[in-house]
Design a protein around this ligand. Sequence first.
Ligand code: ATP
Length: 236
Amino acid sequence: MLHVRDLTAGHRSDTPVVRSVSFHLPTPGVYAIVGPNGAGKTALLHTLAGHLRATTGQIVLDGRDLTGLLPHHLARAGVALAPQGRRLWPSLTVRDHLTVTRPTTGGGFSVDDLFDLFPPLAARRRHHGHQLSGGEQQMLTIARALRTNPRLLLADEPTEGLSPHIAGQVTAVLRDLPDRGVTVLVTLPHTHAATALADRVYVLAAGRLSDPLDPHDGQADLKLRHHLTLTANHPE
Ligand SMILES: Nc1ncnc2c1ncn2[C@@H]1O[C@H](COP(=O)(O)OP(=O)(O)OP(=O)(O)O)[C@@H](O)[C@H]1O
């Protein structure tokens, strides 16, 4: 599905924050990346979405080389980003957010599909972005990304700042997306949330990615914490 090889990127060419990252998402599923603040999680997702340019490496989705494409070309190729901080348009209603965002290919999620997926948004369809709760804003950020009909959804800390109940609603939707043909790559700050949600979990620390861990391995949470501690102590 997604092959990433030797990806290096940064906000300045002499200061990489994503360092020789390689991974392979073999089948549709939910894949999580955990790591401390400043580890490079956002930078990695932004590089995959074309907002940050890679200085080395290759990004291949479904056999197509997407390396170096601009964000709107990546969107057309099936990559959607639900950014951290939500970045909604304050003057547009919930419904406007979903209607001005057009599917990049045929099929996919209609506006009504997205309201079915996120009932709180249906109830707030005429509200503006700034009138929404944090959880509703997060749901709208994901719904807007899904509206483009992606193959790969990049969700940057989608449960940040949400109550456990609302976070559970958001992660339940993410969990079901592979059944609808959408692979999810999600960043999360904590190993516990990642092992509960994902099929595979990676640790990103100081820009370097671990091997994937199987969260169903009873030791996964312990191993992830151990890896985080080791990498934090030896960033190079
Ligand atoms: N616009 C920017 N210009 C320069 N450096 C930046 C910029 N944004 C982030 N950085 C730096 O890049 C590094 C990686 O940041 P990034 O936001 O990717 O980390 P993160 O793992 O997503 O952290 P968090 O969980 O705090 O969001 C950090 O050292 C950060 O200070």
